[in-house]
Design a protein around this ligand. Sequence first.
Ligand code: COA
Length: 178
Amino acid sequence: MEFSLYTPEARDKIVALFTRVFSASEGEAEGRNIGDLVANLTSTTPADQLIGCVANDDTGIAGAIFFSRFVVPSGQLAYLLSPVAVATESQGIGVGQLLIQFGLDQLRARHVDLVFTYGDPAYYTKTGFMQINDSIVEPPYPLSQPIGWLAQSLAGGAVPAMQGQTKCVAAFANPDYW
Ligand SMILES: CC(C)(COP(=O)(O)OP(=O)(O)OC[C@H]1O[C@@H](n2cnc3c(N)ncnc32)[C@H](O)[C@@H]1OP(=O)(O)O)[C@@H](O)C(=O)NCCC(=O)NCCS
C-alpha cells in the first residue's frame, strides 16, 4: 500500500470511490450524497485549505481522506477530518488507520495544532482522537449526535477549552451534515 497526497487529476476517481463505498455501507442515496459532498469539497475549497491523502494498491485507489481548514477562536491552526473511505474489498485490514496516520503526519509537517472530526468514537479513538463537547469547542452547527464530536492536539495533551464560534469550509456549511 502506498500513500500520497491528493491531486485534482484524481478527483473523478476519488468521487467515484466515496460514492461506491458509502453506497455499499449506507445505501445508494447516502452514496450519492457523499459523492456530491466530495465533489463539492474538492471544487469549492481553496487549495491552501484542503489536504487530501490517497492510499493506492496494485489495483488502484484503495482509500482516501480529506482534511479541511477549521477556524477556531483560540487562533490555533486547525483542520477538520472528513470524509474518509476505504474500498469495500480493502476494509478491516488497517488501511483506514494507516491513511489517518499518514494524514496526521502531513498536518504535523504543516505545524497544525488541532484536528477535529465528527464520527464514531469507537473508530477514531484508535488514532488519537478524544471525545470533546460543545462547552470545550463549539461546533459550527448543533450536533445531532454529540458523542461523535472528537478532536486531538497534534502536540499531545488535551484540547484546550475555548470560547467563541468555529467555522468550517463552505462544503460543510450545512446543518444537515452535523
Ligand atoms: C470506516 C472505514 C474508513 C474504516 O477503515 P478500515 O480500513 O476498514 O478500518 P481499519 O482496518 O483501519 O480498522 C479496523 C478496526 O476499526 C473498526 N471499525 C471499522 N469501521 C468502523 C466503524 N464504522 N465504526 C467503528 N469501528 C469500525 C473495526 O472493527 C476494527 O477494529 P479492531 O482493530 O479492534 O478489530 C471504512 O471501513 C469505510 O470506508 N467504511 C465505510 C465508509 C465510512 O463509514 N466512513 C467513515 C465515516 S466518514
